[in-house]
Design a protein. Structure first.
Ligand SMILES: Nc1ncnc2c1ncn2[C@@H]1O[C@H](COP(=O)(O)OP(=O)(O)OP(=O)(O)O)[C@@H](O)[C@H]1O
Length: 294
């Protein structure tokens, strides 16, 4: 059966198939973009490159030999069932997992060709270049203005005119300016959930990142706010490289250029999104995107 999530209704997990152990086949299926009308991802600059990444929480190995290039100015979607390692992998990309005790990463992750795990890496600087937006919006209990100005202030920007410019630019970029320009001093906590999430995106943009990591950024939002976030992701990729974790197959199909399917800590398949959702190379990918298991 040909998988076609682009037209499919929202998929639902099928518990019968989920109970069947599924073996992960190797090697990872890698697809050539030359025979289809997709951006030629293979020839884009590799903004972020993971090679042979293993990751351990104590003795538990959560990632097994992940090798994945994330092309510049593209959206890479990470999909797969709960617990397959999507968020773990995402957090490896800006060393957020360093904050968890007894974790070990093996392998390499390059940002602009430089190993972010090499000795001497300034992790604070890294996280400015690789910003993160979480599933649940987490604005600071401060004004809308101060939420966006926070990063630049910590980085030493003091001049009000410079901060004003950054705040306005980032709120424009996150498509929130028109809704908040007259209430910049109101508490961020007075915003709706969708507005708070766009504010968190503005806050991430304020440190001038090159890469934006998004961990299910719309999963707590209503359809209208979700659509606003998806439109925003489309706009932002002109200037940023985006990696997004999503459980929503239609969202992955709508917003991403490249999709990577994870299963039990392995990367099963990666390819241009249209191809992955219409002609996946692996049965397991097809089973997942058509909802045979969740
Ligand atoms: N802080 C942690 N300490 C120990 N184990 C963890 C931790 N975070 C995640 N894990 C384990 O690592 C594995 C991968 O988890 P991860 O959260 O990356 O999966 P996921 O694909 O993002 O799942 P979900 O879609 O449910 O968010 C799981 O077995 C999980 O239990």
């Amino acid at each position: 059966m040909a998988a076609n999530i682009l037209q499919a209704e929202e998929v639902s997990p099928m518990s019968e198939a989920a109970s069947t152990p599924i073996r992960v086949s190797t090697p990872v299926v890698r697809r050539s973009a030359s025979d289809r009308n997709e951006p030629d991802l293979a020839h884009r600059v590799k903004k972020v490159s993971a090679s042979n990444v293993d990751f351990f929480y104590g003795t538990h190995q959560a990632l097994h030999g992940i090798t994945l290039d994330m092309p510049e100015n593209c959206v890479t979607a990470l999909i797969g069932p709960s617990g397959c390692g999507k968020s773990t992998f995402l957090r490896c990309l800006n060393r957020m997992n360093d904050m968890i005790d007894e974790t070990v990463l093996r392998g390499k992750i390059l940002l602009d060709g430089i190993d972010i795990y090499q000795r001497g890496t300034d992790v604070v600087e890294l996280r400015k270049r690789v910003g993160m937006v979480f599933q649940k919006s987490n604005p600071f209990p401060k004004s809308i203005y101060e939420n966006v100005a926070y990063g630049p202030r910590v980085a030493g920007v003091k001049k009000r005119a410079v901060l004003d410019e950054i705040v306005e630019r980032c709120l424009h970029q996150s498509a929130l300016w028109d809704e908040v320009e007259n209430r910049l001093n109101d508490s961020a906590l007075q915003l709706s959930g969708g507005q708070q999430q766009r504010l968190c995106i503005a806050r991430a943009l304020a440190t001038n990142p090159a890469v934006l990591l998004m961990d299910e950024p719309a999963s707590a939002l209503d359809p209208k706010s979700t659509a606003a976030i998806e439109d925003l992701i489309f706009e932002l990729k002109a200037n940023y490289t985006i990696v997004i974790v999503t459980h929503n197959m239609q969202q992955a199909a709508r917003v991403s250029d490249q999709t990577a399917f994870f299963y039990e800590g392995h990367l099963v398949e990666v390819g241009p999104t249209t191809e992955m959702f219409t002609k996946p190379g692996e049965k397991k990918t097809e089973d997942y995107i058509t909802g045979r298991f969740g």
